[in-house]
Design a protein around this ligand. Structure first.
Ligand SMILES: O=C(CO)[C@H](O)[C@H](O)COP(=O)(O)O
Length: 224
């Protein structure tokens, strides 16, 4: 059975891309105690995005350090090659990019066969229409509000209408699919993103770049 997510809104998913990698276990523990709902793990292959991070080995090493659900964002070409590895390493949510495979339906099916929550992410320029025939299969859609690859980038405001449009499509089609938003989310940008319809906020630098993780997470839960 796929994991059930908490009913709170918004759900906060700290991205460990901005954490201190010399003590990742402690960092993960700290954001859990500070009120995070999910842990966002960015997997980059140096091809789909111009950066490299880590693979299933780090995910399985982190798994015993926290009971937070693992939200694994695959920024890799042909993600269908590795879905089983990430599922076995401890992923609870697996998100692939629509731009990274010609076999989107097949890859989503593979995530569901692993009994994980399935998501598709869209780069800022990618239209929502690519999801038309798979939307009803998805547990969540991840709207990128920066060009993926690096933490600490500036929020792209042109993505806001896309979030609003997606929310309207989901309401119209009666789908419970969640909207996750990632990139440049902080206490200032969070409000407009939530007003547009986001359910899950991913934040790296706005959490791990702060002294007080609890204060940073609270600011994202109720932005003003
Ligand atoms: O997917 C990502 C980058 O590709 C990260 O999750 C994102 O950049 C988070 O970092 P920040 O909140 O600092 O923008």
């Amino acid at each position: 059975m796929p994991i059930s997510l908490p009913s709170d809104r918004p759900l906060i998913a700290p991205s460990i891309l901005s954490a201190d990698f010399s003590c990742l276990g402690e960092e993960v523990n700290s954001v859990e105690k500070a009120g995070a709902h999910l842990l966002h793990l960015d997997i980059m292959d140096g091809l789909f995005v111009p950066n490299l991070t880590f693979g299933p080995l780090v995910i399985s090493a982190l798994r015993p350090h926290t009971s937070l659900p693992f939200d694994v964002h695959l920024m890799i070409i042909h993600p269908e090659r590795y879905i089983k590895d990430f599922a076995e390493a401890g992923a609870d949510l697996i998100c692939i990019h629509a731009e990274a495979t010609p076999h989107l339906h097949r890859a989503i099916t593979q995530i569901k066969e692993q009994e994980k929550l399935a998501g598709v992410s869209l780069n800022p320029h990618t239209p929502l229409e690519v999801l038309d025939y798979v939307l009803d299969l998805l547990d969540f859609v991840l709207i990128m509000t920066v060009n993926p690859g690096f933490g600490g980038q500036k929020f792209i405001p042109q993505c806001l209408p896309k979030i609003e449009r997606l929310k309207n499509i989901l309401i119209k089609r009666g789908l419970p699919t969640l909207i996750e938003v990632d990139g440049g989310i902080n206490s200032k940008t969070a409000l407009s993103v939530l007003q547009a319809g986001a359910d899950i906020l991913v934040a790296g630098s706005a959490i791990f770049g702060q002294e007080d993780y609890q204060k940073a997470i609270s600011a994202l839960k109720s932005p003003t």
